[in-house]
Design a protein around this ligand. Sequence first.
Ligand code: FAD
Length: 353
Amino acid sequence: MTIQENVPLAPLTTLQVGGPARYFAELKREDEVREAAQFAKTRNLPLFVLGGGSNLVVADSGWPGLVLRIATGGITTPTTPDTTGNAVLFSVGAGVNWDDFVAQAVAQNCAGVECLSGIPGSVGGTPVQNVGAYGQEVADTVESVRALDLQEDRIVVLPKPACGFRYRSSIFNSTECGRYIILRVNYRLKRGGAPSLHYADLQKHFAERKTPPSLAETCEAVRAIRRAKGMLLVPGDEDCRSAGSFFKNPVLSEEQFRDLGERAVSKGLEIPSYPALNAQRKVSAAWLVEYSGFSKGYATGAAGISHKHALALINRGEAHASDIVELKDKIQHGVRKEWGILLEPEPVFVGFP
Ligand SMILES: Cc1cc2nc3c(=O)[nH]c(=O)nc-3n(C[C@H](O)[C@H](O)[C@H](O)COP(=O)(O)OP(=O)(O)OC[C@H]3O[C@@H](n4cnc5c(N)ncnc54)[C@H](O)[C@@H]3O)c2cc1C
């Protein structure tokens, strides 16, 4: 294990802002992860676990402790007694690029993650915020998560119910934040399964078709839709220098939703919303942002909003983390003033006081 010093973090993130890590290690093996965690513990250094850096805003001052970049690899399909019928278990190293895994699953005609094609980042990052898009989320297919439990100093296998998956949330980013380093994720996919076509954008895409699309065609459709929204990383496209959606779609109680609806009616507008669990409604954060005066392409200095998607805050070139935070604050303030709702950011803020 090699520990480096003062390693710039901005190039390791998709938003490309922020300062250096005081200490940094890239780890390919589980024993190295344990060793590095011990290094931090004995020196009392704060630890941050980095995956693909696609959901982060790193502070301009950087990270004062140790950053561990998890690079444990390998995609295997172990045959276990509980692999029944068409179910296929994939055991995937946390450091594997998520999109590479999706491509491999689709190439093997396995359904369950085809709508999550084109999401940047690592496999280890996917359970953290229960990554989701176009009608699928990893909670649908995660079987278990293998992790180093820093509290108990041992490797554990957490079955799906223990992960506490909810919309953009799990124990890993809420109740047990900072406790686990994810080493591998096991997904249960369905060989020969039909693609998931619940999402309106996908149904529209295939509206003219007489026969159902294959998994590969569904994947391609998702990528085309994502590309049009600047949500697929395309080299050289400024709109991709982002952390994806910057705000979560607010989930409102019936009463909050009624209040919002009344505000909208008084402005002659109708808010796009979708049913959520427990009689709640999920409201489009992009819509709220746009109808608070922040349209696509909006810019203040080096920070801005993507030309293709109102929810993606972008680094227009030389932005600092402080520029991004300033724009975030401005949007939150504007939406609150206009609609009475405080938008919750989706990315993780690293090294901020
Ligand atoms: C263009 C673009 C489009 C996106 N589209 C989507 C989308 O459609 N849906 C969606 O849900 N997200 C989307 N995202 C956000 C992001 O890609 C996902 O959240 C992704 O899963 C983050 O993984 P990562 O490896 O990059 O994690 P990082 O950004 O490196 O880290 C994010 C968090 O996960 C933790 N973490 C990462 N790896 C581990 C590990 N091995 N063990 C423990 N903790 C870990 C980090 O400590 C941090 O708290 C998008 C981002 C971009 C830039």
